[in-house]
Design a protein around this ligand. Structure first.
Ligand SMILES: [Fe+2]
Length: 364
């Protein structure tokens, strides 16, 4: 996004995956991953999946997307979903899907079990596909107390919209003492400043799309995205912005005192916080603490962006809170699964790790 400074250098947050002979992350790798997640709120584990495993995941996504009866997600970007700018849907708890989810959990056992007990719930297994013309999500926090995973089953370029994170903005006991005790207030201001740019970016883009041959607007789409009364937290909806009916960003957040603080603190904000965009290569897995500030950008390329995602609770979770923030497939709701189920699952359908992966693991 031209108006917002976003770095694409994620080297500070990357940990190359190294596996032991059981196919799990080595102890050293687990320690580095945990240190990175604790310090920055997320970690980018490169080469966690072999090419065959990534292809297996991509197949699951394709099968789900091709199913006219698929279960569309009920959160985030509903309008984009309606106009096929995005296709966010949950994956059914069938054997291949559970096998893929279990492969990831077992490989990452050392990291997951540091945060989540074995009885903690698998909240959702979903796929996130974005097409050209989607909206850039507002910078937001997911419901706290969850570890979420994004797996790149094919290369994702910046133009396709790899996830944007604000490192170090996650919560923990005492996190408010950071930045001289002003952490919460500074993060609030930073988020507002970012989202002002996101709103402008989305509006400008929609205006251009009116006459665009690349991503033409559907009938009624412009009105639906800018003036609809329908709930959608991630559209540049001016009506809901002015009425104060968008919890992610609205005029209610732009009172005179806040505007004055934004002006006074502008240098502090740009020196203390930054945005980085992950453009994960095939096989990369990103783990993040759910309350870190982040956003799913718009896809600015003609190539669809597909990601596999799943989330595991760190504590007991109220059913309403769960279903407000996550989209379990009806088969998962009917037969809930927990982390322990995935760690104990036998992997009958797991594609074997590539030979080069096994060799690397033995060397490390
Ligand atoms: Fe999110």
């Amino acid at each position: 996004m031209s108006e917002l400074k976003i770095s694409s250098d994620t080297t500070d947050f990357e940990v190359p995956a190294s596996l032991d002979e059981q196919g799990k992350l080595t102890d050293g790798c687990v320690r580095r991953a945990l240190a990175t997640m604790d310090a920055h709120g997320f970690v980018v584990l490169t080469d966690l999946l072999s090419n065959a495993e990534a292809a297996f995941g991509l197949d699951l996504i394709r099968q789900t997307i091709d199913d006219p009866e698929r279960n569309r997600c009920s959160f985030a970007s509903e309008t984009d979903n309606r106009y096929l700018r995005r296709d966010f849907c949950s994956l059914p708890s069938n054997e291949p899907v559970i096998s893929f989810a279990a492969t990831l959990c077992q490989r990452l056992e050392g990291v997951f079990t540091e945060y989540c007990g074995r009885t903690r719930a698998l909240l959702e297994v979903i796929t996130l596909t974005s097409y050209r013309g989607s909206s850039h999500q507002y910078i937001h926090r997911d419901p706290m107390g969850v570890i979420s995973l994004l797996a790149a089953v094919e290369d994702v370029s910046e133009e396709q919209g790899g996830t944007v994170f604000a490192p170090g903005t996650h919560g923990y006991s005492g996190a408010e003492y950071r930045h001289g005790g002003a952490a919460d207030e500074l993060m609030r201001l930073f988020r507002i400043a970012c989202n002002w740019h996101v709103l402008r970016h989305n509006l400008k883009k929609l205006w251009r799309m009116r006459k665009s041959g690349e991503a033409p607007l559907a009938d009624g789409e412009f009105l639906d995205r800018v003036f609809s009364t329908r709930w959608d937290q991630h559209q540049p909806n001016l009506l809901r912005f002015v009425l104060g009916k968008n919890n992610e960003f609205s005029i209610r957040m732009l009172g005179p005192r806040t505007l004055w603080k934004l002006y006074r603190q502008r240098k502090t904000l740009s020196s203390r916080f930054r945005l980085v965009q992950a453009a994960p290569r095939k096989g990369t897995v990103i783990l993040y603490r759910s309350d870190i500030l982040h956003a799913g950008p718009d896809n600015r390329s003609p190539v669809p962006r597909r990601l596999f995602a799943m989330s595991i609770a760190r504590d007991v979770i109220d059913a309403k809170y769960w279903h407000d923030g996550y989209s379990p497939h009806p088969t998962l709701t009917a037969e809930p699964l927990c982390l322990g189920d995935l760690l104990d699952a036998s992997l009958v359908q797991r594609p074997s790790a590539a030979p080069e992966r096994r060799a690397k693991a033995l060397v490390n």
